[in-house]
Write a protein that binds this ligand. Sequence first.
Ligand code: NDP
Ligand code: MG
Length: 387
Amino acid sequence: MTRRSLTILGATGSVGRSTLDLVARNRECYQVVALTAHKDVAGLAAQAKAFGARLAVIGDPALLGALEAALAGSDVQAAAGPEAVDEAAASGADWTMAAIVGTAGLKPVMRALEAGGTVAFANKEALVSAGALMTEAARASGATLLPVDSEHNAVFQCFDRARPGSVRKIILTASGGPFRTWPLERMRAATPAEAVAHPNWSMGAKISVDCATLMNKGLELIEAYHLFPVGAEALDVVVHPQSVIHSLVEYVDGSVLAQLGAPDMRVPIAHTLAWPERMETPCERLDLVAIGALGFEAPDLGRFPALGLARQALAEGGAKPAILNAANEIAVASFLESGIGFLDIAAVVGAVLDRYAPPAPTSIDEVVEIDREARRVAGEVTGKIRN
Ligand code: NDP
Ligand code: MG
């Protein structure tokens, strides 16, 4: 493989660490330019030193001193604050991993797309809130957008990009999360610890809760809408509890192509790291005989209303997807702090979506404004539930 320079936004998170695990196994192929984190000074400094990064950026400006102290004696340059994260994103690396969780990743991702190069996209929230602006920025700069989310990476591998008209349907698979078989009454009392205990994947807390509500699949429908030119009606979801098939593409002739693999994010990350080539990974190999059988179910929109809300937001368009995403972040955070109940998450999102309908954003600043207002309204709604 040709040697590439690389920047990781959100290096200390689950996706960021998996990315560096692969880089560590292929040191000669990558030169680390910048690594960013939000509060984890020790983790970031250790990574930056181990990988000989040029720059380490901590999002929280109050932690600059701590980062400088942790990097003392090394050649790594330290910086802090949201603007420094944005600048790191625009550092002109050949390959950038966008793995900051939530809308905090909006501006940095946009800067990376504007800088051109290849952007491996894990931060689904940015694509949901500002998909049209992001794909337009990529078109304008010539940036290559590679989906990291396992479903979209699977679709990317099966999708005939030269003949999008020959695709009839994209089918996203969902594991169904930890509450797939739980009755509604039991779900009502679900605790944060139960919600983050994903049956197949090990991930950050926020996305794990999103898997339990199926909001993750809802966000992924919107993500797919922006990544693949097939239209909202051509997007389907099927529950597949084993998480062996990561998604499927159906063609007009009835052929259905699927991508399979062990549920390990290093598989899709490796695909984007090496693309268009392939790299070795230490990931478990699929043992089809041991798996034996694969199951499929229709999603239950009664127990998992979040999926319906996401479809509704996608159909209504405008600012609704950004509102959906922001309200969900607030509701999930409140649930994780034991402020509201599990079923309240979708209720909060639904209430915020019904409240108002601003026009579609035409700039990232407008997205940030819509996001801020939706968070304020969601805070009000969760506050009422808590009292
Ligand atoms: P984590 O919570 O594990 O990591 C998030 C990263 O973002 C950390 O490096 C964190 O820094 C940083 N961060 C958090 N808040 C801010 C902020 N305000 N400003 C700057 N940096 C910030 O998340 P994941 O790795 O699980 O997920 C990352 C993204 O990838 C999400 O959008 C998620 O939906 C998506 N994704 C994740 C998958 C997974 O398997 N984990 C699968 C598919 C998609 P610090 O450590 O200092 O807090
Ligand atoms: Mg996914």
